[in-house]
Design a binder for this molecule. Structure first.
Ligand SMILES: Cc1ncc(COP(=O)(O)O)c(C=O)c1O
Length: 379
Protein backbone atom coordinates (compact mmCIF):
# COMPACT_ATOMS: atom_id res chain seq x y z
CA UNK A 1 0.00 0.00 0.00
CA UNK A 2 1.39 3.45 -0.82
CA UNK A 3 1.67 6.27 1.74
CA UNK A 4 -1.38 8.12 0.45
CA UNK A 5 -3.67 5.09 0.75
CA UNK A 6 -2.27 4.38 4.20
CA UNK A 7 -3.01 7.94 5.33
CA UNK A 8 -6.52 7.81 3.88
CA UNK A 9 -7.16 4.63 5.82
CA UNK A 10 -5.79 6.10 9.05
CA UNK A 11 -7.92 9.25 8.82
CA UNK A 12 -11.03 7.39 7.67
CA UNK A 13 -10.82 5.19 10.75
CA UNK A 14 -11.22 8.27 12.94
CA UNK A 15 -14.42 9.21 11.09
CA UNK A 16 -16.35 5.94 10.98
CA UNK A 17 -15.15 5.06 7.50
CA UNK A 18 -15.94 8.38 5.77
CA UNK A 19 -14.26 9.05 2.42
CA UNK A 20 -10.92 10.87 2.61
CA UNK A 21 -9.20 12.96 -0.10
CA UNK A 22 -5.67 14.37 0.02
CA UNK A 23 -4.46 17.77 -1.23
CA UNK A 24 -1.34 19.92 -1.49
CA UNK A 25 -2.90 22.30 1.08
CA UNK A 26 -6.08 22.50 3.15
CA UNK A 27 -7.37 25.44 1.08
CA UNK A 28 -7.25 23.30 -2.07
CA UNK A 29 -9.45 20.80 -0.23
CA UNK A 30 -12.00 23.54 0.50
CA UNK A 31 -11.96 24.64 -3.13
CA UNK A 32 -12.52 21.02 -4.21
CA UNK A 33 -15.46 20.59 -1.79
CA UNK A 34 -17.21 23.71 -3.11
CA UNK A 35 -16.49 22.79 -6.72
CA UNK A 36 -17.70 19.22 -6.23
CA UNK A 37 -20.98 20.62 -4.85
CA UNK A 38 -21.36 22.67 -8.05
CA UNK A 39 -20.90 26.11 -6.48
CA UNK A 40 -20.23 28.81 -9.07
CA UNK A 41 -21.11 32.32 -10.24
CA UNK A 42 -24.13 33.91 -8.55
CA UNK A 43 -23.95 31.55 -5.56
CA UNK A 44 -23.21 32.72 -2.02
CA UNK A 45 -21.19 30.99 0.66
CA UNK A 46 -21.39 32.11 4.31
CA UNK A 47 -17.92 32.59 5.82
CA UNK A 48 -16.77 33.87 9.25
CA UNK A 49 -15.35 37.42 9.18
CA UNK A 50 -12.39 36.22 11.22
CA UNK A 51 -10.48 33.72 9.15
CA UNK A 52 -7.56 33.16 6.84
CA UNK A 53 -7.80 34.93 3.47
CA UNK A 54 -7.40 31.64 1.61
CA UNK A 55 -10.93 30.69 2.75
CA UNK A 56 -12.81 33.46 0.87
CA UNK A 57 -10.24 33.02 -1.93
CA UNK A 58 -11.48 29.46 -2.53
CA UNK A 59 -15.05 30.82 -2.85
CA UNK A 60 -13.98 33.69 -5.14
CA UNK A 61 -11.89 31.41 -7.41
CA UNK A 62 -15.18 29.67 -8.29
CA UNK A 63 -16.85 32.97 -9.16
CA UNK A 64 -19.10 32.77 -6.08
CA UNK A 65 -19.52 35.41 -3.37
CA UNK A 66 -18.36 35.08 0.24
CA UNK A 67 -20.97 36.53 2.62
CA UNK A 68 -19.37 37.33 5.95
CA UNK A 69 -20.76 36.94 9.46
CA UNK A 70 -19.32 38.47 12.62
CA UNK A 71 -17.93 36.32 15.45
CA UNK A 72 -18.37 36.27 19.23
CA UNK A 73 -15.58 37.50 21.46
CA UNK A 74 -15.80 34.49 23.77
CA UNK A 75 -15.72 31.66 21.23
CA UNK A 76 -13.97 33.49 18.34
CA UNK A 77 -16.59 31.81 16.19
CA UNK A 78 -19.91 32.66 14.71
CA UNK A 79 -23.42 31.55 15.71
CA UNK A 80 -26.49 30.13 14.00
CA UNK A 81 -28.36 33.37 14.72
CA UNK A 82 -25.81 35.38 12.74
CA UNK A 83 -25.74 32.82 9.91
CA UNK A 84 -29.53 32.78 9.59
CA UNK A 85 -29.52 36.58 9.34
CA UNK A 86 -26.94 36.48 6.51
CA UNK A 87 -28.73 33.81 4.49
CA UNK A 88 -30.34 34.85 1.21
CA UNK A 89 -32.03 33.00 -1.65
CA UNK A 90 -28.58 32.62 -3.25
CA UNK A 91 -26.91 30.93 -0.26
CA UNK A 92 -25.61 27.49 -1.20
CA UNK A 93 -23.18 26.65 1.59
CA UNK A 94 -22.05 27.62 5.06
CA UNK A 95 -18.55 27.30 6.48
CA UNK A 96 -18.19 26.86 10.25
CA UNK A 97 -14.72 27.31 11.62
CA UNK A 98 -12.78 25.70 14.38
CA UNK A 99 -10.69 28.64 15.57
CA UNK A 100 -7.44 27.77 17.39
CA UNK A 101 -9.17 24.49 18.34
CA UNK A 102 -12.37 26.08 19.66
CA UNK A 103 -15.56 24.93 17.91
CA UNK A 104 -18.42 27.06 16.74
CA UNK A 105 -22.00 25.86 17.33
CA UNK A 106 -21.16 23.32 14.68
CA UNK A 107 -23.82 20.81 15.73
CA UNK A 108 -26.75 23.23 15.47
CA UNK A 109 -25.35 24.95 12.38
CA UNK A 110 -24.92 21.62 10.55
CA UNK A 111 -28.43 20.53 11.59
CA UNK A 112 -29.94 23.79 10.37
CA UNK A 113 -28.02 23.63 7.05
CA UNK A 114 -29.25 20.06 6.43
CA UNK A 115 -32.85 21.08 7.09
CA UNK A 116 -32.46 24.00 4.63
CA UNK A 117 -30.77 21.91 1.91
CA UNK A 118 -27.49 23.85 2.24
CA UNK A 119 -24.02 22.34 2.16
CA UNK A 120 -22.25 22.57 5.53
CA UNK A 121 -18.45 22.55 5.67
CA UNK A 122 -16.29 22.56 8.77
CA UNK A 123 -13.01 24.44 8.52
CA UNK A 124 -11.15 22.07 10.78
CA UNK A 125 -7.68 23.30 9.87
CA UNK A 126 -7.00 24.04 13.56
CA UNK A 127 -9.00 21.24 15.11
CA UNK A 128 -7.86 17.76 14.08
CA UNK A 129 -7.98 15.36 17.02
CA UNK A 130 -10.18 17.55 19.22
CA UNK A 131 -13.86 17.02 19.86
CA UNK A 132 -17.07 18.92 20.46
CA UNK A 133 -19.93 17.59 22.57
CA UNK A 134 -18.29 14.17 22.51
CA UNK A 135 -17.88 13.83 18.73
CA UNK A 136 -14.64 14.41 16.81
CA UNK A 137 -14.12 17.83 15.23
CA UNK A 138 -14.90 17.42 11.57
CA UNK A 139 -17.71 14.90 12.07
CA UNK A 140 -20.80 17.14 12.12
CA UNK A 141 -20.92 18.76 8.67
CA UNK A 142 -21.33 17.28 5.17
CA UNK A 143 -17.57 17.68 4.80
CA UNK A 144 -14.60 18.98 6.74
CA UNK A 145 -11.20 20.11 5.58
CA UNK A 146 -7.99 19.86 7.58
CA UNK A 147 -4.53 21.36 7.24
CA UNK A 148 -1.14 19.85 7.94
CA UNK A 149 0.70 23.14 7.51
CA UNK A 150 3.60 24.05 9.84
CA UNK A 151 1.74 24.94 13.01
CA UNK A 152 -1.20 22.62 12.69
CA UNK A 153 -2.21 19.65 14.92
CA UNK A 154 -0.42 17.24 12.58
CA UNK A 155 2.16 18.81 10.35
CA UNK A 156 3.89 17.98 7.11
CA UNK A 157 4.95 21.59 6.50
CA UNK A 158 2.39 21.98 3.75
CA UNK A 159 -0.63 19.72 3.25
CA UNK A 160 -4.33 19.19 3.66
CA UNK A 161 -7.06 16.58 3.60
CA UNK A 162 -10.83 16.36 3.36
CA UNK A 163 -13.34 14.05 4.99
CA UNK A 164 -16.67 13.83 3.18
CA UNK A 165 -19.86 11.98 3.99
CA UNK A 166 -22.47 13.29 1.57
CA UNK A 167 -22.84 10.88 -1.37
CA UNK A 168 -23.03 13.59 -4.06
CA UNK A 169 -19.97 15.26 -2.62
CA UNK A 170 -17.98 12.03 -2.44
CA UNK A 171 -18.76 11.32 -6.09
CA UNK A 172 -17.74 14.84 -7.15
CA UNK A 173 -14.55 14.76 -5.08
CA UNK A 174 -13.55 11.36 -6.50
CA UNK A 175 -13.84 12.81 -10.00
CA UNK A 176 -11.84 15.93 -9.09
CA UNK A 177 -9.16 13.87 -7.37
CA UNK A 178 -8.18 12.38 -10.72
CA UNK A 179 -7.64 15.92 -12.10
CA UNK A 180 -5.19 17.06 -9.40
CA UNK A 181 -1.72 18.03 -10.61
CA UNK A 182 1.29 16.40 -8.98
CA UNK A 183 3.62 18.58 -6.85
CA UNK A 184 6.79 19.55 -8.74
CA UNK A 185 10.11 17.95 -7.89
CA UNK A 186 11.60 21.32 -6.92
CA UNK A 187 8.70 21.90 -4.48
CA UNK A 188 9.30 18.55 -2.84
CA UNK A 189 13.04 19.12 -2.51
CA UNK A 190 12.38 22.49 -0.87
CA UNK A 191 9.75 21.00 1.45
CA UNK A 192 12.08 18.18 2.44
CA UNK A 193 14.85 20.65 3.35
CA UNK A 194 12.42 22.72 5.42
CA UNK A 195 11.16 19.66 7.27
CA UNK A 196 14.75 18.70 8.01
CA UNK A 197 15.54 22.24 9.27
CA UNK A 198 12.52 22.16 11.57
CA UNK A 199 13.54 18.80 13.04
CA UNK A 200 17.17 19.78 13.56
CA UNK A 201 17.14 23.50 14.28
CA UNK A 202 13.83 24.60 15.83
CA UNK A 203 13.94 25.12 19.61
CA UNK A 204 12.41 27.73 21.98
CA UNK A 205 15.73 29.59 21.67
CA UNK A 206 15.83 29.68 17.86
CA UNK A 207 12.07 30.24 17.26
CA UNK A 208 12.13 34.01 16.63
CA UNK A 209 15.21 33.96 14.39
CA UNK A 210 13.90 31.06 12.32
CA UNK A 211 10.42 32.61 12.05
CA UNK A 212 11.86 35.84 10.65
CA UNK A 213 14.13 33.91 8.26
CA UNK A 214 11.22 31.72 7.11
CA UNK A 215 8.99 34.73 6.43
CA UNK A 216 11.74 36.51 4.53
CA UNK A 217 12.68 33.48 2.44
CA UNK A 218 9.06 32.71 1.60
CA UNK A 219 8.41 36.32 0.58
CA UNK A 220 11.38 36.20 -1.77
CA UNK A 221 10.07 32.90 -3.20
CA UNK A 222 13.25 30.98 -2.25
CA UNK A 223 11.23 28.46 -0.23
CA UNK A 224 7.59 27.38 -0.35
CA UNK A 225 5.67 29.63 2.01
CA UNK A 226 2.22 28.97 3.42
CA UNK A 227 0.69 31.47 0.97
CA UNK A 228 2.00 32.90 -2.27
CA UNK A 229 2.02 36.68 -2.84
CA UNK A 230 -0.89 36.38 -5.29
CA UNK A 231 -3.10 34.82 -2.64
CA UNK A 232 -2.60 37.81 -0.35
CA UNK A 233 -2.56 40.59 -2.96
CA UNK A 234 -5.37 39.50 -5.26
CA UNK A 235 -8.38 37.26 -5.71
CA UNK A 236 -7.02 35.52 -8.80
CA UNK A 237 -6.30 31.84 -8.49
CA UNK A 238 -2.54 31.18 -8.67
CA UNK A 239 -1.27 28.89 -11.40
CA UNK A 240 -0.43 25.47 -10.12
CA UNK A 241 -2.99 25.75 -7.27
CA UNK A 242 -5.01 22.58 -7.80
CA UNK A 243 -2.48 20.01 -6.64
CA UNK A 244 -2.59 16.75 -4.76
CA UNK A 245 -0.59 15.59 -1.76
CA UNK A 246 2.79 13.97 -2.30
CA UNK A 247 3.92 10.69 -0.78
CA UNK A 248 6.44 12.66 1.34
CA UNK A 249 3.59 14.67 2.92
CA UNK A 250 1.35 11.62 3.38
CA UNK A 251 4.12 9.71 5.17
CA UNK A 252 4.89 12.70 7.43
CA UNK A 253 1.22 13.24 8.36
CA UNK A 254 0.77 9.55 9.16
CA UNK A 255 3.77 9.66 11.54
CA UNK A 256 2.35 12.75 13.24
CA UNK A 257 -1.06 11.13 13.74
CA UNK A 258 0.61 8.53 15.93
CA UNK A 259 1.60 11.32 18.36
CA UNK A 260 -1.61 13.32 18.14
CA UNK A 261 -3.39 12.19 21.34
CA UNK A 262 -0.32 12.89 23.44
CA UNK A 263 0.19 16.31 21.84
CA UNK A 264 -3.46 17.28 22.23
CA UNK A 265 -3.43 16.27 25.89
CA UNK A 266 -0.43 18.56 26.38
CA UNK A 267 -2.29 21.35 24.57
CA UNK A 268 -5.37 20.96 26.78
CA UNK A 269 -3.30 20.99 29.96
CA UNK A 270 -1.56 24.21 28.93
CA UNK A 271 -4.93 25.79 28.07
CA UNK A 272 -6.44 24.89 31.45
CA UNK A 273 -3.40 26.42 33.13
CA UNK A 274 -3.55 29.66 31.10
CA UNK A 275 -7.31 29.98 31.70
CA UNK A 276 -6.85 29.58 35.46
CA UNK A 277 -4.06 32.18 35.52
CA UNK A 278 -5.91 34.71 33.36
CA UNK A 279 -9.26 34.24 35.13
CA UNK A 280 -7.45 34.67 38.47
CA UNK A 281 -6.25 38.09 37.30
CA UNK A 282 -9.58 39.11 35.79
CA UNK A 283 -8.22 39.01 32.21
CA UNK A 284 -9.76 37.81 28.93
CA UNK A 285 -9.64 34.02 28.91
CA UNK A 286 -11.44 31.05 27.44
CA UNK A 287 -14.20 30.07 29.81
CA UNK A 288 -13.97 26.71 31.59
CA UNK A 289 -17.26 25.65 29.94
CA UNK A 290 -15.62 26.03 26.55
CA UNK A 291 -12.39 24.30 27.52
CA UNK A 292 -14.15 21.05 28.41
CA UNK A 293 -13.66 18.96 25.25
CA UNK A 294 -11.77 21.32 22.98
CA UNK A 295 -8.19 21.00 22.10
CA UNK A 296 -6.15 24.15 21.87
CA UNK A 297 -3.87 24.44 18.91
CA UNK A 298 -3.12 27.92 20.24
CA UNK A 299 -4.51 29.85 23.20
CA UNK A 300 -6.00 33.29 22.44
CA UNK A 301 -5.40 36.33 24.63
CA UNK A 302 -6.10 40.03 24.03
CA UNK A 303 -3.40 42.67 24.62
CA UNK A 304 -3.44 46.46 24.53
CA UNK A 305 -0.35 47.03 22.39
CA UNK A 306 0.53 44.04 20.25
CA UNK A 307 3.84 45.34 18.89
CA UNK A 308 5.21 46.10 22.36
CA UNK A 309 3.97 42.75 23.62
CA UNK A 310 5.77 40.92 20.80
CA UNK A 311 9.01 42.77 21.49
CA UNK A 312 8.81 41.79 25.15
CA UNK A 313 8.09 38.15 24.23
CA UNK A 314 11.09 37.99 21.93
CA UNK A 315 13.33 39.16 24.75
CA UNK A 316 11.72 36.65 27.11
CA UNK A 317 12.11 33.94 24.44
CA UNK A 318 8.45 33.02 24.49
CA UNK A 319 6.95 31.88 21.18
CA UNK A 320 3.92 34.00 20.40
CA UNK A 321 1.75 33.81 17.32
CA UNK A 322 0.00 36.62 15.47
CA UNK A 323 -2.69 34.56 13.78
CA UNK A 324 -5.70 36.55 12.69
CA UNK A 325 -4.22 39.97 13.28
CA UNK A 326 -6.61 40.90 10.48
CA UNK A 327 -10.19 39.67 9.88
CA UNK A 328 -8.76 38.02 6.72
CA UNK A 329 -5.34 37.03 7.97
CA UNK A 330 -2.69 38.02 6.91
CA UNK A 331 -4.03 40.77 4.60
CA UNK A 332 -3.65 44.19 6.22
CA UNK A 333 -5.72 47.27 5.36
CA UNK A 334 -8.32 47.40 2.61
CA UNK A 335 -10.29 44.16 2.27
CA UNK A 336 -12.69 45.37 -0.41
CA UNK A 337 -11.24 43.01 -3.05
CA UNK A 338 -12.61 40.20 -0.85
CA UNK A 339 -15.95 41.99 -0.43
CA UNK A 340 -15.39 42.69 3.25
CA UNK A 341 -16.05 46.10 4.77
CA UNK A 342 -14.74 45.77 8.29
CA UNK A 343 -17.04 48.51 9.61
CA UNK A 344 -19.86 45.97 9.55
CA UNK A 345 -18.02 43.48 11.80
CA UNK A 346 -17.16 45.23 15.06
CA UNK A 347 -16.29 42.10 17.03
CA UNK A 348 -13.94 40.73 14.37
CA UNK A 349 -12.30 44.16 14.06
CA UNK A 350 -11.73 44.52 17.80
CA UNK A 351 -10.43 40.99 18.26
CA UNK A 352 -8.11 41.23 15.25
CA UNK A 353 -6.65 44.47 16.67
CA UNK A 354 -5.77 42.92 20.01
CA UNK A 355 -5.34 39.19 19.56
CA UNK A 356 -2.16 37.27 20.30
CA UNK A 357 -1.91 33.52 20.58
CA UNK A 358 0.06 31.58 23.14
CA UNK A 359 1.86 28.33 22.39
CA UNK A 360 0.34 25.23 23.95
CA UNK A 361 3.15 22.79 23.30
CA UNK A 362 6.13 24.56 24.76
CA UNK A 363 7.10 25.31 28.34
CA UNK A 364 3.89 26.67 29.91
CA UNK A 365 5.71 27.71 33.15
CA UNK A 366 7.76 30.12 31.12
CA UNK A 367 4.68 31.44 29.31
CA UNK A 368 2.90 32.03 32.63
CA UNK A 369 6.01 33.83 33.99
CA UNK A 370 5.95 36.03 30.93
CA UNK A 371 2.22 36.79 31.30
CA UNK A 372 2.84 37.64 34.94
CA UNK A 373 5.46 40.19 33.85
CA UNK A 374 2.97 41.79 31.44
CA UNK A 375 -0.21 41.97 33.51
CA UNK A 376 -0.88 45.62 32.68
CA UNK A 377 -0.72 44.85 28.96
CA UNK A 378 -3.33 42.08 29.14
CA UNK A 379 -6.97 43.01 28.51
C1 LIG B 1 -8.81 29.11 9.55
C2 LIG B 1 -7.96 28.61 8.42
N1 LIG B 1 -8.58 28.04 7.37
C3 LIG B 1 -7.87 27.57 6.32
C4 LIG B 1 -6.50 27.59 6.31
C5 LIG B 1 -5.75 27.02 5.13
O1 LIG B 1 -4.99 25.88 5.44
P1 LIG B 1 -3.78 25.51 4.45
O2 LIG B 1 -2.64 26.41 4.80
O3 LIG B 1 -3.46 24.08 4.71
O4 LIG B 1 -4.27 25.74 3.08
C6 LIG B 1 -5.82 28.17 7.38
C7 LIG B 1 -4.36 28.27 7.31
O5 LIG B 1 -3.55 28.05 7.99
C8 LIG B 1 -6.57 28.69 8.47
O6 LIG B 1 -5.96 29.25 9.52
Amino acid sequence: MNQSDRLKQLVSRQFEGDAVFLFWKGRVGLYAILKAWGIGPDDEVIVPAFTCVVVPNAVLYLGAKPVYVDVEEQSLNTTLRRIEAARTGKTKAVICQNTFGLSSEVDVIAGWAASEGLLSVEDCTHGFGGSFHGRPNGSYCDAAFFSSQWNKPVSSGIGGFVVARDAKLVKGLSKLESQLAKPRRSELVSLNVQLWARRKLLTDGTYWTLLKLYRWLSKTGVIIGSSSGEEIDSVTMPKNYFKGMSELQARTVACEIAKLDQHNQQRREAAVRYSAFLAGHGKYHVDAGLVEDHMFLKYPILVRNRDGFFRAAEKFRVELGDWFNSPLHPVQGDLSAWGLDIAGFPNARRIATHIVNLPTRSNSDRVVDFLNSQLDELM
